[in-house]
Design a binder for this molecule. Structure first.
Ligand SMILES: C[S@@+](CC[C@H](N)C(=O)[O-])C[C@H]1O[C@@H](n2cnc3c(N)ncnc32)[C@H](O)[C@@H]1O
Length: 286
């Protein structure tokens, strides 16, 4: 019987995908240090401000964060908070603390990522009072489950799961009181592109068939055949990180199609120049 090497190619590839959550956090940390938007929690996930980033990167992150927040907040307002949010591939995202701070929390806010990423996030929460206090504030401590790979409380749940394994994902979310009857917002920011088209289709299809009423916000690449896209693919490949889902990121139409083919009734797609144009223009001017 042959012994299995502890690190397979899949392990290496998944590790490279997991590392992308640091890229996002480092870039957000720099942009917030320059005042593009406010986020007092990022410093607890990335201590140093780090290397200077080009203004295009800062503005790109600004448009990404503000654009996603605009849609998320509209959903929360429409449902008057009588809803749940599931951030798929959440990484070190800090939205829970913003919503808590602005008194906009949904009934329950779920986050899913690989168990090792989740363990890092939970470790930071456990060891940094500015992160843990707002969680304890909303919950009596007896309803708080805080383990290395799962945090669960009445309003916030972070759990480790592989988004390519739908039955396990579904089982874990239901174990922590996911409610298919509640209006549900699913969110994925730069996540589906790391999965093959059939893996991401299974996920998007699961979302379409599981919830009575749902909206899915997907932020990710388009125009991946142009020079900019090709350079991005090459840069990530150099880090052993393959964009397995790139063929669904060719255009706004291919992005819409991925939803319309998997059970969603409507889909709309905007490029980021359009989003930049609809953000509050006094803030953009600032
Ligand atoms: C580019 S990061 C984005 C993180 C976060 N959404 C943000 O915008 O800051 C991609 C995230 O997706 C997660 N991810 C990718 N594929 C995954 C999978 N199959 N299962 C769980 N998480 C996954 C990675 O671990 C990583 O945290």
């Amino acid at each position: 019987m042959a012994a299995r090497h502890p690190f397979t190619d899949t392990d290496t590839a998944d590790e490279a995908v997991r590392a992308t959550c640091d890229d996002a956090t480092i870039c957000k940390r720099f942009a917030t240090s320059k005042g593009y938007w406010k986020d007092s929690c990022l410093q607890y996930f990335v201590r140093n401000v780090g290397e200077r980033k080009a203004p295009e990167i800062n503005r790109g992150y600004y448009a990404r964060v503000k654009g996603v927040n605009l849609l998320l907040d509209a959903f929360l307002e429409k449902t008057e908070g009588h809803c749940q949010v599931i951030n798929l591939g959440a990484g070190l995202d800090t939205t829970f603390w913003r919503l808590k701070d602005e008194n906009l929390l949904p009934r329950k806010f779920f986050e899913v990522d690989f168990p090792t990423v989740v363990a890092r996030k939970i470790h930071s929460i456990k060891t940094k009072p500015p992160l843990s206090k707002p969680i304890i504030d909303v919950h009596s401590t007896d309803s708080l489950l805080l383990e290395s790979h799962v945090l669960d409380s009445d309003r916030y749940c972070i759990l480790g799961a592989d988004l390519r394994d739908i039955s396990s994902l579904d089982e874990k979310l239901k174990k922590f009181q996911l409610n298919p009857e509640l209006p549900t917002l699913l969110l994925s920011e730069c996540v589906l592109v790391y999965m093959t088209p059939s893996q991401s289709s299974n996920l998007v299809h699961w979302a379409a068939e599981t919830f009575h009423t749902a909206m899915f916000i997907n932020y990710e690449q388009v125009n991946m055949s142009d020079r900019f896209g090709q350079v991005m693919i090459e840069n990530l490949q150099r880090r052993q990180c393959t964009l397995g889902g790139v063929e669904l990121c060719q255009s706004l139409d291919s992005q819409k199609e991925r939803f319309l083919k998997t059970g969603w009734e409507h889909a709309n797609a905007l490029d980021m120049m359009t989003v930049y144009g609809v953000l509050p223009q006094d803030d953009v001017a600032r």
